[in-house]
Design a protein around this ligand. Structure first.
Ligand SMILES: Cc1cc2nc3c(=O)[nH]c(=O)nc-3n(C[C@H](O)[C@H](O)[C@H](O)COP(=O)(O)OP(=O)(O)OC[C@H]3O[C@@H](n4cnc5c(N)ncnc54)[C@H](O)[C@@H]3O)c2cc1C
Length: 344
């Protein structure tokens, strides 16, 4: 969906963070006929589950003796789908401002504006920021030949690509491009010990033998050259002369690290990099109308577990309803009684 910069997305609840807790908030709000719109800095839903451990089994989700993290995300998306949540993905929530009518406007890093009477922050450990290499001219080439996340892989096919990193993400993308690209693909890693899965490593060596992937171990990118956009990178290699290589795109894939980021400057009470909430009632913050649920909040006895976040979200939307409809009373009914009445 293309959204004009000046237009405003209006909803009942803005949820910041599309991790498991943000997704379940949509479901609980939906049962109360409240519409939600989720904002996430990363381009897909699922938070830590999608970003850090999609293939790991989780054993403490009630009713699932074991479920893969990625599968749980799919189930949560399926569960919330009848309530038609909106998504603004790949954009970080940057600012929040209170309006005269009591509602909030949240603006993202790309200028998309959202308005709602209630904001629920489900920001987990914060937004995931790429770990950046220390190269002086790095910022000059960001989005002009340097990309930290591979968003639309097809757009890179046929280009001269270089990837740095030794983890799963670096190896997976190197393999993906080497198998499809008819131009050169290079993979650079500081050592010869890779953190990536053994199968991926074997595949990479095989592609190297087939001449589809250039592997540079004990090597790193130390300089970037170009005018308007990146044209070449300089590789420092062990026991060898520095080497200049022409590239169209360089992907430094050194992982993502979470940062509370702009939320820390919104006037919320913060303790130990987390948002203090009223744990006796509804997980509301010191700013009425703004709630914090899941890993992002702190209160005595807090446990950073998915099921605790689910509970917090369920209570938060009860008060959200009272803020949105001060004159109405909501009577809780079991889902077994009322079923699921999704939105048109
Ligand atoms: C390896 C590992 C194993 C784990 N195993 C278990 C387990 O077995 N059982 C269990 O219960 N828990 C487990 N956890 C913990 C569990 O993953 C977290 O409790 C859970 O992810 C919290 O969900 P959340 O929705 O609160 O936050 P997250 O999953 O952290 O999602 C938060 C989202 O908010 C986004 N965000 C933050 N700030 C902004 C912003 N300003 N703008 C836009 N987006 C923003 C982030 O990009 C992120 O996608 C594990 C964690 C790890 C790392």
């Amino acid at each position: 969906m293309h959204i004009e910069k000046d237009s405003m997305i209006k909803t009942d609840i803005i949820i910041i963070g599309a991790g498991p807790v943000g997704l379940f908030t949509v479901f609980e709000a939906g049962l109360m006929k409240l519409k939600c719109h989720l904002i996430d800095a990363i381009p897909q839903a699922g938070g830590q589950l999608s970003e850090i451990y999609p293939k790991k089994p989780i054993y403490d989700i009630p009713g699932y003796p074991s479920i893969l993290a990625g599968e749980l995300v799919e189930k949560l998306l399926e569960q919330s789908a009848p309530f038609k949540p909106g998504f603004t993905l790949g954009e970080r929530a940057e600012t929040i401002s209170k309006q005269k009518d009591g509602s909030f406007v949240v603006m993202t890093s790309k200028g998309t504006k959202h308005q709602a009477p209630v904001v629920i922050i489900a920001g987990g450990l914060g937004s995931f920021e790429p770990r950046k290499p220390q190269i002086e001219t790095l910022s000059k080439f960001e989005n002009k030949g340097i990309a930290y996340i591979v968003k639309d892989p097809e757009t890179y096919l046929g280009k001269k690509l270089f990837i740095s990193g030794g983890g799963d993400s670096a190896l997976d993308w190197a393999i993906y491009f080497a198998q499809r690209n008819n131009s050169s693909v290079g993979l650079v890693h500081r050592s010869d010990a890779f953190r990536a899965h053994k199968d991926s490593l074997e595949k990479a060596y095989q592609l190297q033998e087939e001449g589809k992937l250039e592997l540079y171990t004990h090597a790193e990118v130390i300089a970037l050259e170009g005018e308007e956009k990146l044209k070449s990178i300089t590789l420092k290699q062990k026991d060898q002369e520095d080497k200049k290589v022409e590239v169209d795109v360089w992907f430094p894939l050194f992982g993502l690290s979470p940062k509370l980021g702009p939320i820390a400057n919104w006037g919320l009470d913060i303790e130990k990099n987390a948002i203090k909430v009223d744990h006796t009632l509804d997980y509301q913050t010191n700013i009425p109308g703004i709630f914090a649920v899941g890993d992002v909040n702190i209160y005595p006895g807090k446990l950073k577990l998915i099921l605790c976040g689910f509970h917090e979200a369920t209570l938060a939307v009860q008060t959200a309803y009272k803020i949105i409809y001060p004159d109405k009373r909501f009577t809780l009914k079991y889902t077994t009684v009322q079923g699921i009445q999704g939105f048109e």
